[in-house]
Every structure is written in C-alpha cells, then in structure tokens.
Design a protein around this ligand. Structure first.
Ligand SMILES: Nc1ncnc2c1ncn2[C@@H]1O[C@H](COP(=O)(O)OP(=O)(O)OP(=O)(O)O)[C@@H](O)[C@H]1O
Ligand SMILES: O=c1ccn([C@@H]2O[C@H](COP(=O)(O)O)[C@@H](O)[C@H]2O)c(=O)[nH]1
Length: 252
C-alpha cells in the first residue's frame, strides 16, 4: 500500500478499473499545438484535459510531466547562438506555460489539478516537492509537473523518468505524436518497423530516440515499464491505461 493510501485524510479511492495504481504521463509540448505549428491550440488542450480527467476517473493517480517543444527547445536556442544553459532555462519556462494552461484546462474539465514547478515561481504555482506531489495525488488531484528536472542539459523525458521513480509510479506513459517505438524515427524513415514490446536494454542499445537514453536508463534502473502511444487519438490515455488501443510496451 502506498504512503497516501495509508493516510487517514485520504478520500475513499475510486474503484480501479486499470491495473495501474499511480502513473506519470509524459505529454509532449508539441502535442498541445494542434495543427497550428506553435503554442497552444485550445480545442487540443481541452481534449487532452478531458482525457486526463477520464483517466483519473479510472481510479488511477495521475501525474503529468509536460514538455515545452511547442514553444522552445534549448537545443534550438543553442543552435541560434544562445549559451546552452541559458537556452535551457528558456525551455524550462516554456514547460511552465504549458503546465499552467493544462492545469486550467483540467480544472475546467471538472477535475481538480495542481501545477508544481521544479523551478520555483511561487506567485504562479507551487514549487515541486515530493511531499506536495504525493499529498495532491492522494487527494485525487491530477498533478501537472513543470520545469522538467529543474536543471539545464536535461529533457522532460528524463524529468518524467525521475518523477516516476521519485513518486513510486508503476508506469511511465509517453504520450507523443507517433503510435509506438519504431526501429527508426518513423517521421523520417517510412520503412521503420514498429515494436509491440521491447526491453529498456534494447531501446538503449539500438538508440531508439523516441525518448532520450537518460530517461530509458533511469526507468530501467528503477524497473518502471514505459508505454509509448499517440496522443492524437481521442481517449488515448484512458484506453492505454486499460490495455486498449495501439502502443509499444518497454519493460525489463
Ligand atoms: N525510434 C523511434 N520510434 C518512435 N519515434 C521516434 C524514434 N526516433 C525518433 N522518434 C521521434 O521522437 C518523437 C517523440 O518525441 P516528442 O515529440 O514526444 O518530443 P519531446 O522532446 O519528448 O517533447 P516536446 O514536443 O515537448 O519537445 C516522435 O514524434 C518521433 O518522430
Ligand atoms: O529537465 C529539464 C527539462 C527541460 N529542459 C529544457 O526545456 C526544453 C523543453 O523540454 P522538452 O523535453 O524538449 O519538451 C528542453 O528542450 C530544455 O531546453 C531543461 O533544461 N531541463
């Protein structure tokens, strides 16, 4: 039983219809920009917020680590001549914008949510701490985690693996633009083939770049499985939580 389930102030848990108890969803920033190519697309944000809300209704505790690629990536800033550490600071701020928007959209969908930032900015949202995140999860709130790891030279994929381990999540859900892990980037190589299942070791050894190596390694070390699926399909998160829809499973 987890720390929260033992707490006397925790609400009675919903009857769980998913095998997973607590998950971390890595939501790509690009997933929030819809067809627009930049920033936030409100219908897309609303659809994803509704899906997260339905996922939590399955009785699963849901933490979301949100990316920033719809606004800014540090590596692109560095390519334009901004010092990498500074460019990554800008990237982390991009994830905070997404987290604030997502928190708002989830609450609008009728589910309680809290944004917590690894980069403290207390006038905008709570700073991240493990205790605060577990507290909110135990109250049945969706926790939206901003700022990745809070350090430059990392990504939000690694942030998701880190929070997954720290919050004792039993699954990492990589919600992205493609429907699984492929032998090569399917956007660049149409001949790439899709894996139904693979191990963390294979993903690392074959350099399968759907997530970065640090994220795969952290998940492997902590024996946390990862499912990779397309967030473009409505209801994809709830479906994947119930073992439905199309996804690749990365497991030890
Ligand atoms: N072997 C592979 N299998 C599947 N996808 C791959 C692979 N190699 C590279 N990719 C690419 O990785 C992308 C997944 O990364 P994603 O778009 O989620 O970016 P991110 O950096 O995590 O998020 P953000 O959009 O916030 O920057 C896919 O859209 C796909 O094009
Ligand atoms: O731990 C982290 C996480 C992210 N960043 C910076 O933010 C951007 C956006 O994150 P994505 O994972 O690319 O969506 C990233 O490119 C980094 O610049 C960071 O510095 N540290």
């Amino acid at each position: 039983m987890n720390e929260i389930a033992q707490s006397s102030s925790a609400p009675a848990p919903l009857a769980r219809t998913s095998p997973w108890r607590r998950v971390v969803v890595k939501l790509s920033g690009e997933a929030l920009m819809g067809q627009g190519g930049f920033g936030l697309d409100m219908p897309t944000l609303t659809r994803i917020a509704a899906d997260l809300s339905s996922a939590a209704q399955l009785g699963v505790e849901v933490a979301v680590v949100v990316g920033g690629g719809n606004f800014f990536r540090g590596i692109a800033g560095a390519d334009k001549g901004i010092e990498r550490a500074r460019a990554d600071s800008i990237g982390m701020l991009a994830t905070v914008m997404n987290a604030l928007a997502l928190e708002y959209a989830i609450e609008k969908a009728g589910k309680s949510a809290r944004a917590l930032s690894a980069v403290p900015m207390p006038s905008l949202c709570e700073p991240f701490s493990r205790q605060a995140a577990l507290h909110h999860l135990g109250k049945g709130r969706i926790v939206v985690l901003a700022g990745g790891t809070g350090n430059p030279f990392f990504t939000t994929d690694t942030g998701a693996a880190l929070r997954g381990a720290e919050l004792s999540c039993d699954l990492i859900m990589k919600a992205t633009q493609v429907d699984g892990v492929y032998s090569d980037d399917p956007k660049r190589n149409p001949a790439a083939t899709r894996y139904e299942t693979l191990t963390h070791d294979e993903a690392i050894a074959k350099n399968l770049a759907v997530m970065d190596t640090a994220a795969f390694a952290l998940a492997r070390e902590n024996r946390i499985p990862i499912i990779v699926f397309s967030i473009r399909e409505p209801g994809a998160i709830s479906a994947a939580l119930q073992g439905q829809g199309r996804f690749s499973l990365v497991s030890p």
